[in-house]
Design a protein around this ligand. Sequence first.
Ligand SMILES: *Cc1c(COP(=O)(O)O)cnc(C)c1O
Length: 364
Amino acid sequence: MNIPMVDLKQQYHALKHDIDQALEKVLESTHFILGPNVQAFEQEAAAYLGVKHAIACASGTDALHLALRAAGIGAGDEVITPAFTFIATAEAISYVGATPVFVDIDPRTFNLDPTLIEAAITPRTRALLPVHLFGQPADLSPIKELCAKHNLLLIEDCAQSFGAAHGGRMTGSLGLAGCFSFFPSKNLGCYGDGGLVTTNDDGLARELLVLRNHGSRERYHHAVIGYNSRLDEMQAAILRVKLKHIDEYNRLRRRNAHLYNDGLKGLCLTTPHEDGKGVHVFHQYTLLIEGRDRVQKALSDAGIASAIYYPIPLHRQEVYRELMAGVSLPVTEQVAERVLSLPMFPELSPEQIRRICQVIAGAL
Ligand SMILES: *Cc1c(COP(=O)(O)O)cnc(C)c1O
């Protein structure tokens, strides 16, 4: 029994009728860019997430980039963010000419440790950019308090947290802007690249619409240098079909996580911590484990995929090495050496999970 990290085929087969029909309609319409599906998806996503505006764009990386630029963050500014995340979080900060300032994480949730943020705030700090890593909302209550106290903007990296909630509100609705990715393997994924920025701020929404479409407020009138960063109609049509099922997909991810927790009980490893402050949607199921190489090899020998998200923290990446010389993030560094992510997708079966747990128990 081979078990991949993610199996997108089962989901496609289950939705094939609706997706094929939606795609055929787009093909027949020949309206491929900024048409009715993008507009409808933006409205449906905004309603689902409980925000006033949702602006679709070409990727999650672009969502972060456009949000930072629309918020007026640029050269000389600092943005506080974790180093234990995908590179895109920091890349977007660098794109606008600002400097990422990395703060260490909580060893249980893998998210920004709010108690360490204040010491990193300087007169140049403009924004906090927490990541809701692996689908668990960052601890936003103290983070929002710090934003209010120091007059900072809150921009959420929601690439892994579509449908996750904090204190009864969806991630992406709690700050100035929420930035989502629809990369195929994300909780809500399309069949290519896609992204979305959410906001309750009318001015920011207007600016985002202009920036994603060549800085154009009116056709062939260009007020600012913008980008070509649009979600296309085919991807929007796919996302509209999948959005109807996202609650069920996230429910199954949570069920699978709890089956893993039960199956791994008593073993010498740490299962993911749910902080109880919101709803974790388990984009990844990530263990802390000693002897990771041995376990990974046993899994691989049994035909079971596993992955390390993320092996090299951002302050240790070649691009940031010079800028971050002397920066030490002990928890991030320890965690990066011990994390192991197991297969996780809604269609993963209880039988497959039992098998994975058996192999891990055998290896330990
Ligand atoms: C996937 C991801 C992104 C980037 O999204 P793309 O759509 O791949 O550009 C940004 N941040 C995090 C945390 C991600 O996981």
